[in-house]
Design a binder for this molecule. Sequence first.
Ligand SMILES: *[C@@H]1O[C@H](CO)[C@@H](O)[C@H](O)[C@H]1NC(C)=O
Ligand SMILES: *[C@@H]1O[C@H](CO)[C@@H](O)[C@H](O)[C@H]1NC(C)=O
Ligand SMILES: *[C@@H]1O[C@H](CO)[C@@H](O)[C@H](O)[C@H]1NC(C)=O
Ligand SMILES: *[C@@H]1O[C@H](CO)[C@@H](O)[C@H](O)[C@H]1NC(C)=O
Ligand SMILES: *[C@@H]1O[C@H](CO)[C@@H](O)[C@H](O)[C@H]1NC(C)=O
Ligand SMILES: *[C@@H]1O[C@H](CO)[C@@H](O)[C@H](O)[C@H]1NC(C)=O
Ligand SMILES: *[C@@H]1O[C@H](CO)[C@@H](O)[C@H](O)[C@H]1NC(C)=O
Ligand SMILES: *[C@@H]1O[C@H](CO)[C@@H](O)[C@H](O)[C@H]1NC(C)=O
Ligand SMILES: *[C@@H]1O[C@H](CO)[C@@H](O)[C@H](O)[C@H]1NC(C)=O
Ligand SMILES: *[C@@H]1O[C@H](CO)[C@@H](O)[C@H](O)[C@H]1NC(C)=O
Ligand SMILES: *[C@@H]1O[C@H](CO)[C@@H](O)[C@H](O)[C@H]1NC(C)=O
Ligand SMILES: *[C@@H]1O[C@H](CO)[C@@H](O)[C@H](O)[C@H]1NC(C)=O
Length: 806
Amino acid sequence: MSEVVALLFLKLLLAIATINISFCNGSSYVACMGSEREALLRFKQDLIDPSNRLASWIGDEEDCCTWAGVVCDNFTGHVRMLQLRNNPSQISMLGGKISPSLLHLKHLVYLDLSFNDFGGIQIPPFLGSMVNLSYLDLSSAGFLGMIPHQLANLSNLQHLVTSKYLGLYAENLRWLSGLSSLEHLDLSNVDLSRASDWLLVMNTLPSLVLLRLSGCRLSYFPPLSVANFSSLAHLISPNNQFQSFLEPIGFFGLHNLVSLDLRNKQFRRQIPDGVQNLTSLRHLYFVQPTILILPFPNGSIGELSTLRVVDLSLNRLNGTLTQIHFSNLTRLLDFKASGIVGTIPTWVWKNLSQINYLNLSHNYIHGEIPNLTDVSQLESLDLSFNNLSGPLPLVSFSVYALDLSSNSLSGSISHFLCDGINQLKGMRILKLGENHFSGEIPDCWMNWQDLLVLNLANNNFTGNIPISLGMLSSLQSLNLRKNSLSGQIPVSFQNCTKLVMLDIGENQFVGNVPTWIGIRFSSLMILNLRSNKFRGVLPNQLCGLTSLHVLDLADNHLSGSIPKCISNISSMVTANFSIGTDIQYPSVSTGKYIEDALLVLKGKAVEYNTILKLIRLIDLSKNKFSGEIPSEIMNLRALVSLDLSCNSFTGRIPKSIGALESILSIDFSANQLYGEIPQSISSLTFLSHLNLSNNKLSGKIPLSTQLQSFDPSSFAGNRLCGSPLPNNCFVAAPAPQNESEDDIDGNDDGDEDEVNWFYVSLALGFVVGFWLVMGPLLVSRKWRYRYYHFLDRLGNKIFWVVRKCW
Ligand SMILES: *[C@@H]1O[C@H](CO)[C@@H](O)[C@H](O)[C@H]1NC(C)=O
Ligand SMILES: *[C@@H]1O[C@H](CO)[C@@H](O)[C@H](O)[C@H]1NC(C)=O
Ligand SMILES: *[C@@H]1O[C@H](CO)[C@@H](O)[C@H](O)[C@H]1NC(C)=O
Ligand SMILES: *[C@@H]1O[C@H](CO)[C@@H](O)[C@H](O)[C@H]1NC(C)=O
Ligand SMILES: *[C@@H]1O[C@H](CO)[C@@H](O)[C@H](O)[C@H]1NC(C)=O
Ligand SMILES: *[C@@H]1O[C@H](CO)[C@@H](O)[C@H](O)[C@H]1NC(C)=O
Ligand SMILES: *[C@@H]1O[C@H](CO)[C@@H](O)[C@H](O)[C@H]1NC(C)=O
Ligand SMILES: *[C@@H]1O[C@H](CO)[C@@H](O)[C@H](O)[C@H]1NC(C)=O
Ligand SMILES: *[C@@H]1O[C@H](CO)[C@@H](O)[C@H](O)[C@H]1NC(C)=O
Ligand SMILES: *[C@@H]1O[C@H](CO)[C@@H](O)[C@H](O)[C@H]1NC(C)=O
Ligand SMILES: *[C@@H]1O[C@H](CO)[C@@H](O)[C@H](O)[C@H]1NC(C)=O
Ligand SMILES: *[C@@H]1O[C@H](CO)[C@@H](O)[C@H](O)[C@H]1NC(C)=O
């Protein structure tokens, strides 16, 4: 897809370039026209620009060609492009009205207003008069209502994107037939359920290369007498409500179709006849989660010798894969299918000589995997989530990604690791988690120095971490969780300086938390040493882990106090959301691999991966920590969960607790904390789980919308009073004006001022923090979905962690 966009863009630039007889600079440079500058200033006047993105758009004498987002023709000085797309990771949306003064930009060919927020106005019909436009992107810009038919006049338009969000609709698409130059059309999420002419109209667009109609509420393919889409290369139309497919005639014209994406819940048919005639097809996505297909249609995809990617996941194909399904797929790079029941015959392995990527994960495949040392083209093999058993097979040197997680493989892995001891292995990703492997982890890692991801979690490994693991100097993710490993973390580990995630929780490791972790692992985002036998104090050097998102040291024998330097962990101070790009996790040239991790949040174990960038978590529960809770911890404004329960912390809860503006969950239960609950806690609007039970807290529980809604057990085992506890404060507690207990200095006047300012800045902090969290969520539906889905999952039981302290 990006190829197409890039191509169109290139064409556009060329178009501009051909008009510019010479590219000018210095003396021959022409400044913008006065009338166009006026038009831009009037356009700006009607906009709302809270973040002052258009700050450079000022002045009568200024050259408007230097203004942000304005691109001029260097030769004539005419404004050619307005690039006002908002970067979705920044909250700098333009709003307001779109002034018809744009009509004075007679030479404008490119207008991009995407990802702004025009607050639900209609797409301005006057845009239809800007007949020189060849590129128009109005997606995700807050336009609602009917798409104006006046756009029909844009006969030079090559690229049109109207919407990524719901809210736009079209009664018919007659206007589209005027856009005879259209090559790239994206009407995703525009409600076309009433536009029964959609296919007829699109059939008249002779240049259409890419058609994207995702989520358009289309339910049927109208009959066509002649299919005319001879140039169509990409038909991306998932998430509609098609009951049947365009057949049989519809496929005739699609000689150049390269990708076909019809992932759709409603299909009642099997893979349509005629797919085999799409001789250029390279990418086929056809998902059908609800309907059983019996049997796998013979040969219909087997004839597509150009196919490179097949995704039939969730089709619940039933039947044994036979040679016929693969025989002619000689170019296949990636085959994904799910619902396959049965075994994989040996010949499949032997005859897949051209396959580079094989993904048969999430099926019901059983049996043993043969040694694959001869399959010399295979680069990536994913058989995770099946019922495969037997020993770990040997694989050819060409394999750089092997995922056999969640099967029933068993036995030792030493033949795999130590075989050919003198030969360097090129493997980058090795995931063997959730199997029944046993024995020691062999000390043969010296030949695996390209490894980026190593996951041996949830097996039955015993013994120490082998010293040679320290030779994996490229390793970014190491997961050894939930085995029976013991001994200390070897010093050789210092060499793994690229680690982003280290999870060795739920084993029997002993010794101190090494000081060098904080010095050598400067990229670490996840440190999980949970449920081991580590003892000693937390080294100050841990504060050097400035990228840390998750610090889980719960359930060990750690003691001493929390270092005050903890506020140096800067990634917990500011949440730096960057929408759209997933976290910088081990990514190999061919695909992104986001390591799953398991952490305990809000008293529940939650599996997460992409949501990681929203998570900042500290769990020190179930240790022997003592001393006061340092007020510095309250500087970690991006923290989502803080669990200090089941320790021996004393002193008061820091007054500045209200600064934890992102916090969802606080657990300080089973400590020796005393004094009142700080008033500022009532400003924690996102707080949805609080446990202060079993301390020595006293006084009235502060009033807020949240606190009174918690279960009384959150406050039990203290000397607290007031809602939600049943006891009334007027009887149980000292008079409320008795501030001196809280005021250690006894300096009432100064303190009062300070408190006022504190709340003012808190309120500001809240507003800023709120928008930091919510702004991106409002901008991106994907993220909004993920975030609420994640919050939702917090509310659902996955499993309760036993809440007893010891
Ligand atoms: C116009 O000139 C500027 C500055 O000299 C240059 O950066 C830009 O690439 C030129 N634009 C085109 C389309 O040639
Ligand atoms: C289109 O561009 C041409 C010159 O390239 C100009 O003369 C004409 O007025 C423009 N049309 C409109 C409607 O802006
Ligand atoms: C579209 O073009 C027609 C014919 O050229 C013209 O009558 C009409 O006013 C135009 N509409 C707009 C919105 O420019
Ligand atoms: C097919 O496309 C041509 C333009 O290339 C157009 O003239 C013709 O009307 C179209 N046929 C149908 C049936 O839409
Ligand atoms: C596929 O193409 C063949 C000839 O190349 C034709 O006979 C057949 O009808 C086509 N099938 C479909 C479903 O279009
Ligand atoms: C599919 O292939 C199998 C074996 O090659 C054959 O027995 C069966 O009849 C075929 N089914 C159809 C629908 O062609
Ligand atoms: C494989 O391709 C050959 C030649 O192109 C063809 O004769 C044969 O029918 C194809 N086999 C399958 C299963 O599609
Ligand atoms: C697969 O199909 C067979 C009959 O062909 C049926 O007995 C079996 O239950 C099906 N399996 C699944 C998982 O649907
Ligand atoms: C591999 O495929 C070829 C033809 O494509 C066939 O002759 C040969 O028997 C197959 N090998 C195995 C082991 O099935
Ligand atoms: C794979 O190779 C190893 C080592 O040569 C051997 O022990 C094992 O039995 C082989 N596995 C199979 C299934 O042939
Ligand atoms: C782990 O190994 C022990 C003995 O070595 C065995 O009793 C236990 O069943 C194994 N657990 C699993 C999950 O394989
Ligand atoms: C650490 O890496 C260096 C070079 O990368 C190597 O010479 C040294 O032996 C390694 N140390 C350990 C303990 O593996």
